[in-house]
Design a protein around this ligand. Sequence first.
Ligand SMILES: NC(=O)c1ccc[n+]([C@@H]2O[C@H](COP(=O)([O-])OP(=O)(O)OC[C@H]3O[C@@H](n4cnc5c(N)ncnc54)[C@H](O)[C@@H]3O)[C@@H](O)[C@H]2O)c1
Length: 323
Amino acid sequence: MRKRVLVTGGAGFIGSHLCEKLLADGDDVLCVDNFFTGTKDNIARLLDNPHFELMRHDVTFPLYVEVDEIYNLACPAAPIHYQYDPVQTTKTSVHGAINMLGLAKRVKAKILQASTSEVYGDPKVHPQREDYWGHVNPIGRRACYDEGKRCAETLFFDYHRQHQLRIKVARIFNTYGPCMHPNDGRVVSNFIVQALAGEPLTIYGDGAQTRSFCYVDDLVDALVRLMATPERFTGPVNLGNPAEFTILELAQKVLALTGSASRLDYQPLPQDDPLQRKPDIALATRHLLWQPRVALDEGLKRTVAYFRAASRAAPSLRVAAYA
Ligand SMILES: NC(=O)c1ccc[n+]([C@@H]2O[C@H](COP(=O)([O-])OP(=O)(O)OC[C@H]3O[C@@H](n4cnc5c(N)ncnc54)[C@H](O)[C@@H]3O)[C@@H](O)[C@H]2O)c1
């Protein structure tokens, strides 16, 4: 029997890779998306598969379908996207969670929430473990996303306690790879697109702030493993790559891989931008028997190849990315 799996936000960056992996594993996949940041191009390669179904739907409205498992990924993830309509961002996280949890309750499905390292805010503890409660500014410009995701986690655990729902909560750290939005302002895609266009690479602050970058295949592998864990394991569990790099190191790697002569353009650090972000993945290693395998150089190579091909297919990508 094939499992019927719903992926909300399935036409987005991570969602499209997840749909592909689930199909490869032999599942029936229903991809639900309102195409706010996702695109049909991301899932074009899946449309001919008879086990793949696409539905345009906004998760802030109830959904009635029969499924066995739900991956709830619907939510813009990049600051320029989630700050574009902050009220809608909170609604997507909170109403979206309520609607998907309601669906899971009705059809007795197992449900996984794509939460985020942003629930830790600007952390005072490094690396962040799951028992750290975070340091979030509740009224800042990032709050619509951070607090929306925190509230979604609360809802997941209340549905679990109150209605015995089978839940899994993944706290995803910076993930990158092919199908990232080319002009979403996220550092990996920004640097690659700028380098390929020969434009200056924008560095916020002095570039000494660190980030950890997880390649999308590793992340998707972890999500599927998490869904398959025994019922008593709910998370929250950190998923990311703990290898830490400064933004400046990342810029240098991108310049080397693209062969670009772009210069570095230093800009002021945005408000509430964390100075360090690094997951402690001991829990994931223990419960999922998982560790990221794709090193940054290799992942960047594959991502550069994707953006190189994309910019050849759509030369306007350059202008949009730099604007
Ligand atoms: N990429 C990362 O580094 C990262 C890090 C932490 C958490 N996450 C989480 O993972 C999930 C996927 O992120 P991503 O990087 O693929 O982002 P993305 O923007 O590429 O994907 C989000 C998808 O959700 C869809 N969507 C947005 N609002 C919707 C709504 N109301 N109804 C239906 N669909 C809607 C978008 O159209 C898009 O396809 C998000 O929930 C995000 O918060 C991502």
